[in-house]
Write a protein that binds this ligand. Sequence first.
Ligand code: ZN
Length: 106
Amino acid sequence: MALVTKIAAEKSFYYLACKQCKRKLAEEAGKFYCKNCNVTSDACNVVYMFAMRVEDGTGGMWLHVFGDLGTEILNKTAEDVKKIKDAGGDWQECFEQQKNKASNSA
Ligand SMILES: [Zn+2]
């Protein structure tokens, strides 16, 4: 049995990904630029990327959480949490709620 003891999401918990190639986008003046596709777009995917610490009886380790695994852990999509953040809501609560819960992903 492993427990999530810490989630490092203070600075950033997601990245903006190209809808076509899934690579990281640069944000410029409200638009999104994909270097790979050489396309500027209004739309993008919001993808989870954060670290969490998982501990069991013998020790702990940091896991990097990416994409759908983050959705599974938080029961919310990265886009939902970003919306809460962008609206000035208590987005950190979404992560806090997951602490000290059993994790099957370790
Ligand atoms: Zn692309």
